[in-house]
Design a protein around this ligand. Structure first.
Ligand SMILES: Cc1cc2nc3c(=O)[nH]c(=O)nc-3n(C[C@H](O)[C@H](O)[C@H](O)COP(=O)(O)OP(=O)(O)OC[C@H]3O[C@@H](n4cnc5c(N)ncnc54)[C@H](O)[C@@H]3O)c2cc1C
Length: 462
């Protein structure tokens, strides 16, 4: 069917303002990270409800029309790229929060709701959505579900998967599968929602989500501790788990060059501790005792110095200091802006091996002509390390040399080439380094059985 004819079919479902075509597409972009790339698409559709999503997919499936799903466009693996023959469906108009159940501690919303809005709604009701990462102001909950997003509190609360109780999803043929139950336990047959969590929009469009919430903590404090020895990073984690396990909500790490860049005169962040240590650990404490929590946490941090585990530390007391400390950890755009071209990595490594694997990787990258900056950082307690590697050129040979260094070292310790960002388009060729041939075959069988015409997010993951 011609582009014009298929758009006519969409016009029977959506009002004109929800169908963007021609020159109006030029003001839309498919990525907001560092570069905004003009959207290439036959048309962009902005459905307002699940029924419209279903009707759109039915038309596309009947006409073998490929559809690319757009959430908040913050992914880092090229998964929302499209071409001029593809229809783009954006969930941005489906952003309402439908219900908050204070007693059951759940929140039900449409998938286009922005994560930060959900966090704030939960907070207004004295509840916590623990999902927390740098892109929360733009990323949508549907995108987080589809990528099984992680972030800063995974080791305490788990990935997005652990926070999803119910889902409504539209299959490629338009069938609506709605299971918006608020149950923590439901073993009545296959747990179908798991197919859609983390499958990067290849199996269905998530339209509604039921999230599990937690009691909102009354206090939040952050410490920055330093050491020169990775064994001490591990000891510090163990020490904190022993002393304050139920209050320990994040344990993050920056390497020296990354810290230096984040507190340099190019940023707005205060340098709380000198920049000559090898490791900078961010420890978050959340609790329920206004009167004593700060002192309890400070005491434990001081004890870690007295015992020689940390060499020095500071504890942020007020909101301003918390924001400054977390800015140093989270404002990774500063690292990407340093060089015109960069490559980003999101690997998983067994926690005990992180020190030696990253040392070896940095040494190999330093010997790689064309690499200008190396910024490692990450969610060390759950084994997830990121790299932003800056270059002055976009040379393909250099790109694959860098990929090979990082992924070979990751594969050697049975790590993962994608801890939380997904595979998208950019990492497809390296999937085999993390998953066996049989696993990939099984993924393809599942894809084929749910989307036999391969219309939904084709070419992503494998
Ligand atoms: C500064 C920064 C920091 C980040 N930090 C983290 C981090 O700590 N942890 C982490 O996990 N990620 C992180 N990310 C990556 C990114 O924010 C997450 O992958 C996020 O979950 C993507 O959500 P989104 O709404 O932007 O989805 P998009 O980028 O729009 O889409 C991502 C994928 O999901 C699909 N999709 C989107 N919405 C739906 C839907 N409703 N139904 C089906 N498929 C859909 C898309 O087609 C695409 O394949 C970071 C990104 C940035 C820019």
């Amino acid at each position: 069917m011609s582009d014009l004819n298929i758009i006519k079919l969409f016009e029977a479902i959506l009002d004109k303002s929800s169908i963007i075509v021609g020159d109006d597409l030029k003001s839309r972009f498919y990525h907001i990270w560092k570069t905004d790339i003009p959207l290439e698409s036959m048309c962009l559709l902005l459905p307002k409800n699940t029924k419209q999503v279903s009707s759109i997919l039915k038309i596309c499936n009947d006409n073998q029309q490929e559809v690319i799903i757009h959430g908040g466009l913050t992914n880092l693996v090229g998964s929302t790229k499209s071409n001029k023959n593809q229809v783009v469906l954006s969930l941005e108009k489906m952003n309402s929060i439908i219900e908050i159940d204070k007693n059951g501690k759940t929140l039900t919303c449409e998938s286009g709701a922005i994560i930060e809005d959900i966090i704030n709604t939960a907070k207004d009701n004295n509840l916590l959505l623990p999902l927390n990462f740098g892109a929360r102001g733009s990323a949508q909950i549907g995108g987080a579900v589809s990528t099984n997003a992680g972030g800063l509190r995974v080791f305490k609360y788990g990935m997005t998967r652990n926070l999803v109780l119910g889902l409504e999803v539209v299959l490629p043929d338009g069938t609506i599968i709605s299971s918006l139950k608020k149950l923590m336990k439901d073993n009545s047959g296959y747990d179908l929602k798991q197919f859609f969590i983390g499958s990067e929009g290849t199996l269905g469009i998530v339209t509604k989500v039921v999230l599990r919430l937690y009691q909102n903590p009354k206090t939040r404090y952050t410490a920055l501790a330093v050491t020169n020895d990775y064994q001490n990073v591990l000891s510090l984690l163990k020490f904190m788990e022993e002393k304050i396990s139920k209050n320990l909500t994040a344990f993050e790490l920056l390497w020296n060059d990354t810290y230096k860049q984040m507190v340099s005169d190019k940023t707005i962040y205060n340098k709380y501790l000198p920049d000559n240590y090898k490791y900078y650990v961010f420890i978050e404490y959340m609790g329920g005792d206004f009167t004593n929590d700060y002192n309890t946490f400070e005491k434990v941090v001081i004890e870690s110095i007295d015992k020689g585990i940390a060499e020095d530390a500071v504890v942020g007391r007020d909101e301003k200091e918390q924001l400054n400390l977390w800015g140093i950890r989270e404002d990774v755009a500063v690292l990407a802006e340093e060089k015109k071209f960069d490559q980003q990595f999101d690997i998983s490594i067994p926690v005990a091996l992180i020190g030696e694997v990253i040392d070896k990787t940095i040494e190999q990258l330093e010997n790689c002509d064309g690499v200008k900056t190396i910024f490692p950082f990450g969610h060390v307690a759950d084994g997830n390390i990121h790299f932003i590697i800056g270059k002055d050129s976009d040379d393909d040979n250099l790109k694959s040399k860098i990929n090979d260094i990082i992924y070979t070292n990751t594969e050697a310790v049975e790590g993962s080439i994608s801890a939380e960002h997904g595979i998208g388009i950019d990492k497809k060729q390296y999937l085999i380094k993390s998953r066996s041939k049989d696993e990939i075959e099984l993924m393809k069988i599942i894809k084929k059985s749910i989307d036999p015409k391969n219309i939904l997010n084709p070419g992503r993951v494998f």
